[in-house]
Design a protein around this ligand. Structure first.
Ligand code: SAM
Length: 201
């Protein structure tokens, strides 16, 4: 499986500065609201930004007073995110996760889980389920498709439809809270992103 994740991570390492500049101003407020709004109990929350990239969302969560931890496989992004946010950032490959049990109120996986090769996804989802506290929340947003997977240039990706995504998450023990397509305000055919919010019960 490493032969699929290594070139993807190497791509982000090479393109890290350009990616940071190109995505710094992306408006993901709809995703922040869906994620944080689903977490129960009093803030501040303990959050994992799974595939945090250069740290835009880590910065947002920690500015709200939450205890946010990043995780990324790209050494370049780990460096950028920790310097820019002051948060702890774990340097781990998605397919070799080492996470504490029952620790996080929420896991924010924005544009990251689609890079997990499909055979590895059940185990990754089970580990994310395990690292959440009871009733913890998983947010995911991924480019959608007809369940195809493969390399697009140097990056490996899997593109699920809603039905398959639901089956995968349910098998890992998650209950769906809601989903939506992005960007907002466009016809469905022009909304390539599937965002979904899940609870560990
Ligand atoms: C499309 S970027 C999204 C970054 C950030 N979440 C955002 O919304 O801007 C995908 C992220 O996943 C990370 N990534 C991809 N494959 C990975 C893997 N196998 N292990 C760890 N990180 C990986 C990349 O380094 C990158 O930061």
């Amino acid at each position: 499986m490493k032969e699929l994740t290594r070139p993807t991570i190497a791509h982000y390492d090479r393109e890290a500065a350009g990616f940071r500049d190109g995505t710094r101003d992306h408006d993901v407020s709809q995703n922040y609201a869906a994620f944080l709004g689903a977490i129960e109990g009093p803030a501040p929350f303990t959050l994992l930004d799974f595939g945090c990239g250069p740290g835009r969302d880590l910065k947002y969560f920690s500015a709200l007073g939450h205890q946010a931890v990043g995780l990324d496989g790209s050494a370049a992004f780990v460096g950028m995110a920790s310097v820019d946010t002051g948060c702890a950032v774990l340097h781990q490959d998605f397919i070799a996760l080492d996470l504490p049990t029952g620790h996080f109120d929420g896991v924010f996986a924005n544009a990251s889980l689609f890079h997990v090769p499909r055979p590895a996804l059940p185990d990754v989802l089970t580990r994310l389920h395990r690292t959440l506290k009871p009733r913890g929340v998983l947010f995911s947003s991924n480019p959608r498709g007809d369940n195809q997977e493969g390399f697009s240039g140097e990056r490996y990706g899997c593109y699920y439809n809603l039905e398959t995504w639901r089956q995968l998450l349910a098998s890992a023990g998650f209950t769906e809270l809601h989903h939506y397509y992005r960007p907002p305000g466009l016809p469905c055919a022009q909304q390539p992103w599937l965002a979904s919010v899940w609870r560990k019960l």
